[in-house]
Design a binder for this molecule. Structure first.
Ligand code: LIP
Length: 269
């Protein structure tokens, strides 16, 4: 795909992410309790998810009818040129009026993510990256943090019920036991954006879907960070564990976070 075609898609992604943010803020700021249905334990669906999903699909089909679309709420299939979208990443936070959620839009072409956009409508922070051209927050360049070691690091460890709870408990115990600060903020997309801009030092989760992470992983790569190969072994359609961090703690975290889909949680020696 030509550079100009990718550039048009990157600008369009930011435009429709803002439009989606208007919808999210309308629900979020309404003051009414946000109604949610449970897709599973701690896995919620709100009308805002559905409204934003519809908006993004309609706008993309109109602008780029030849592209494929894969979203958390509507599904989809692989395509050479594919949009991978989470209309609201951090839905549990959104439903509970916690201002830590984002619209995540990635454009994946010929087997690699070319454009990533993560937009927090409450803070009005547009995190955006094109492959090879750097990462930005509201058009200001961002870089991962220059972290000394584990005792200087904070890692957001997401909690996915798609792996046994015991695995998560072991993972958190290993992080804290090896000196890492730990938090679980509830949005992979925003957690990855925070790694990219140096607010935290790493993001990991034992299982996620491509719509949660593809945009954020490109942000981290383009901000000078290290990321696991999420699309390996069918990860684009079937999901995978994820690890992204500033380079100085990569080896240490790789010793703690299993990156194979069914790999057991490791216990450092
Ligand atoms: C969420 C992820 C988060 C994970 C949650 C959930 P959603 O995505 O961003 O990292 O821990 O279980 O999957 O469901 O809010 O789009």
């Amino acid at each position: 795909m030509h550079n100009s075609d990718i550039a048009r898609r990157h600008e369009f992604a930011q435009e429709i992410a803002r439009e989606a943010g208007v919808i999210a803020r309308r629900y979020f700021g309404s003051g009414d309790r946000i109604q949610a249905t449970e897709k599973g334990a701690h896995d919620l669906l709100t009308q805002a998810d559905l409204d934003i999903d519809r908006l993004l699909i309609d706008r993309l089909r109109e602008a780029f009818p030849e592209d494929g679309i894969l979203t958390e709420e509507s599904g989809g299939s692989a395509a050479t040129n594919l949009w991978v979208i989470d209309p609201i990443d951090g839905t549990l936070n959104f439903a509970r009026q916690i201002p830590h959620f984002a619209v995540s839009i990635a454009f994946h072409a010929q087997g690699r993510t070319e454009s990533g956009v993560v937009y927090n409508p409450v803070t009005d922070e547009m995190f955006a990256a094109r492959r090879g051209l750097g990462a930005f927050c509201n058009q200001r360049p961002i870089r991962v943090r220059d972290t000394r070691d584990a005792t200087d690091a904070v890692v957001d460890a997401g909690y996915s019920l798609k792996r046994p709870v015991a695995d998560y408990v072991v993972l958190v115990g290993e992080l804290v036991g090896n000196g890492y600060g730990f938090l679980q903020n509830g949005s992979a997309a925003l957690g990855l954006a925070q790694v990219a801009c140096g607010r935290i030092d790493g993001y990991c989760e034992l299982f996620l879907n491509s719509w949660d992470v593809l945009a954020g992983l490109l942000l981290v790569e383009e901000a000078g960070g290290w990321v696991s190969d999420f699309t390996a072994d069918g990860g684009l359609l079937h999901g995978n564990p994820v690890l992204a961090c500033t380079p100085s703690i990569r080896q240490s975290l790789q010793g703690l976070v299993p990156l194979g889909r069914n790999e057991p949680v490791k216990r450092a020696g």
